[in-house]
Design a protein around this ligand. Structure first.
Ligand code: ATP
Ligand code: MG
Length: 732
């Protein structure tokens, strides 16, 4: 059999990893050294030469995008579709297991997935039902505690009973929350892994079935597994000695969410039979980019230590742009992308990366203004938007009346006279009767002891849902979606919300119809759902609702269209782009304020920076702004320490005057050309003194004559705009 195409394009170490006989293996290697390539080629190799069935392969990675990519690469290598292979995310695979074995897992057949927002609201309710003061016991903290415990594999009874009031109270919340979940037939994200782990633990025959089935287990991005994920994989591997993991300790960026970098460090101890393979050649980036990345990451202590080299030349220099403010930064990015495209390249080859989602808006505005196509990955994702969530909640309630989360979300959206007090009564009744809110509402609608208005309002809501159910009984998914959106009153409701916001919400609702129209479960589930022994009980609607909760997918525009790719650094893991912008490289933003106080977290930020730099193949731009308005606040920060950690000879600083001749001012103010001198008589960057505010630096000016104003960043009182005709400023 000709397998040269599987082995061609692999170096010796990669080839050893791909063709190693069945056995456990750790591939430990730096960014861009071909780890993911090794995984896909190994799967193809095993199927082609070891007579392994695709049915016996389970490959796990962290995002659906990566899973889909992996599957398509394997299919390309084998030149045929691979049915029956399980390639997915930890959550996706655990979810599939629970759907298939719901009874053994102690779940109702139609259990619902609670997303982050639903979870927070449920925890809030639990806190108030325990008569705890939410100010003292914030729901977010409780959610954090609960998810953290689940990620460590602990139920409330496994948490040592401590004197500590913090722990005790949170354990009580955790317990009450679990009861609420059970009553509503719901599970949250962290529960999926924990529950499937318990499922296997308590049903050894079932575990054996899967152990016998999967002859090859592979995990990508292993450095970001948490305790329960690793325990789950080990459980499945059992004594079969068939687990291959690939990872890079320098790219562990989810410690804040429970990832255990130790997993990669202890793999060889846990699997003493395993061999370790190191890959050292980087095929992705130019020499300069790689040196910059190495310079940054070498500042971290306690690394497993890997050498990474490339035989590509140094390539283009790395540009370091000191922007005036965030708007200037965005313009710079747009102008560079435009240059790139004018040289015959594509938009989709450019990635704009940022530390926090809030940074995207200004960048988006600049792109919109320049009519530059872009696409955002992650962030305020389509299915997370309030209006979309409401529409989906109606659909969920129609198919599962007992979904309390859905009930809560829509019972008074749009408002129909069922106020907080009534809802509180409903909750109380549901708790007393140990039933769902829907059943409680049905009961309350018949309770003549209640004011007629309340009763009627509840009865009308019940009727509305029942009617929608009947009307959409035989409707196709997009028609059902449309009917729900119209009949629920959501469109009218958002029409009343004036301005663009309401309009955008209505557009999103319409977009949901298209999402339903183009929805194809085969695209979503990256492993084959139609195997005889795992017949899926789900209807298309269920699949769609699951998709909405699981994927919170991003459907802005056509994924294949030629768009600039925008995403947070976290979402960029594993991806690569010819041109990369690392934006917002400022102290306090990246590294983030919180991480600066803790050495461990600072190191994680540094790894995130390493991930960012190593996404770039040919060209890298770094940008930072002197002043930045973010989350409604203006701040002045020094360039990030990470910029200083890059060997300075690799950086080419870009001067403001050369690259930003365009007017710079906030959109709300009249634009004034930036020049080094103006009629105000002041120079940008000049130090001045004000009688009241003290010393500061001139940041900007605008207007003329009596309207002339300057913006000064005062050492003590921050930035202020001052009218020159009033304020007396002296040059220092
Ligand atoms: P990351 O750590 O970022 O996940 P990785 O180690 O998984 O990176 P890959 O994405 O597998 O790296 O590979 C990086 C790039 O190098 C890809 O474009 C891949 O096709 C290419 N590549 C890997 N190995 C080789 C090789 N032997 N010859 C040519 N190109 C290669
Ligand atoms: Mg990879």
């Amino acid at each position: 059999m000709d397998v040269t195409h599987i082995l061609d394009g692999l170096n010796d170490a990669q080839r050893d990893a791909v063709t190693a006989p069945s056995g456990s293996m750790l591939v430990l290697a730096g960014a861009g050294s071909g780890k993911t390539r090794v995984l896909t080629h190994r799967i193809a190799w095993q199927i082609q030469t070891q007579n392994m069935s695709p049915y016996s392969v389970l490959a796990v990675t962290f995002t659906n995008k990566a899973a889909a990519e992996m599957r398509s690469r394997i299919e390309r290598l084998l030149a045929m579709p691979v049915r029956g292979m399980w390639v997915g995310t930890f959550h996706g695979i655990a979810h599939r297991l629970l759907r298939t074995h719901f009874a053994e897992a102690g779940l109702p057949q139609n259990f619902q997935i609670l997303d982050a927002d639903d979870q927070l609201r449920l925890v809030k309710r639990v806190i108030s039902s325990l008569d705890l003061d939410e100010k003292k016991w914030p729901a977010r903290q409780a959610v954090w505690f609960i998810n953290g415990q689940k990620d460590e594999g602990r139920r409330p009874q496994h948490i040592p009973d401590e004197e500590d009031l913090y722990v005790r109270t949170h354990v009580a919340i955790y317990e009450a929350y679990e009861l609420a979940l059970e009553r509503g037939g719901m599970i949250d994200f962290a529960e999926m892994l924990l529950r499937s782990h318990e499922l296997w633990r308590e049903h050894p025959a079932l575990l054996r079935h899967y152990q016998d089935r999967f002859h090859s287990l592979l995990v990508d991005e292993f450095q970001d597994t948490n305790t329960i994920q690793y325990a789950w994989v080990r459980q499945l591997a059992g004594d079969n000695n068939n687990l291959v993991v690939v990872g890079d300790d320098d790219q562990s960026i989810y410690g804040w969410r429970g990832a255990r970098i130790e997993n990669i460090q202890r793999f060889s101890t846990d699997f003493p039979e395993s061999q370790t393979i190191r890959l050292e050649q980087n095929y992705r980036s130019t020499g300069s980019i790689l040196k910059a990345a190495n310079g940054v990451i070498s500042q971290n202590a306690g690394r497993l230590g890997k050498e990474l080299w490339t035989d590509a030349g140094d390539g283009e220099p790395i540009y370091d742009y000191a922007a005036f403010n965030e708007i200037d930064e965005a313009r710079y990015v747009v102008s560079r992308v435009r240059d790139w495209v004018s040289q015959g390249n594509n938009h989709r080859e450019c990635a704009v990366l940022y530390r926090s989602n809030a940074q995207s808006r200004v960048l988006e505005e600049a792109m919109l203004r320049a009519q530059m196509p872009y696409r955002i990955y992650g962030g305020q994702r389509f299915f997370e938007r309030a209006e979309v969530r409401s529409a989906v909640a109606y659909m969920r309630l129609i198919s599962h009346r007992d979904s309390d989360a859905a009930f809560e979300r829509v019972v008074n959206t749009p408002s129909r006279g069922i106020g907080d007090r009534t809802v509180a009564q409903l909750r109380e009744l549901a708790r007393e009767e140990n039933t769902s809110l829907w059943r409680a509402a049905e009961k309350m609608a018949c309770n003549t002891g209640l004011p007629g208005r309340t009763r009627n309002a509840i009865a009308r809501f019940i009727e509305l849902i029942n009617d929608m159910d009947t009307a959409t009984m035989n409707a196709a998914l997009p028609e059902m979606t449309e009917m729900v959106i119209e009949r629920s009153g959501l469109i009218e409701y958002y029409e009343r919300e004036r301005g663009e916001r309401g309009q955008a919400r209505i557009e999103n609702l319409r977009e949901l119809i298209s999402a339903a129209d183009t929805f194809d479960p085969e695209d979503e589930v990256t492993f084959d759902a139609t195997l005889p022994d795992e017949e899926s009980p789900d209807t298309l609607l269920d699949e769609f609702l699951t998709h909405a909760a699981l994927e919170a997918g991003d459907r802005q525009g056509d994924p294949n269209a030629d768009c600039v790719q925008m995403m947070t650094l976290h979402s960029a893991k594993g991806l690569e782009f010819p041109l990369v912008f690392l934006t917002g490289l400022e102290e306090g933003l990246f590294p983030s304020m919180m991480s600066m106080e803790e050495p461990g977290r600072l190191e994680e930020e540094r790894r995130l920076c390493y991930v960012g730099i190593t996404r770039a193949m040919r060209q890298l731009y770094l940008t930072h702004a002197e002043s930045r308005r973010i989350n409604g606040q203006e701040s002045y920060n020094r360039p990030s320490r990470f910029v200083q950690e890059i060997p300075q000879d690799l950086l080419t600083p870009v001067r403001l005057s050369r690259t930003a001749p365009a007017p710079i001012s906030r959109p709300s103010r009249s634009a004034s050309p930036i020049a080094t001198h103006n009629e105000s008589g002041f120079t940008l960057g000049q130090r001045v003194r004000h009688d009241k505010f003290g010393e500061g630096v001139v940041l900007n000016y605008e207007g003329q004559g009596s309207q002339a104003r300057v913006q000064v960043n005062f050492n003590d009182s921050g930035s202020k705009w001052l009218m020159l005709s009033y304020a007396k400023l002296d040059v220092v």
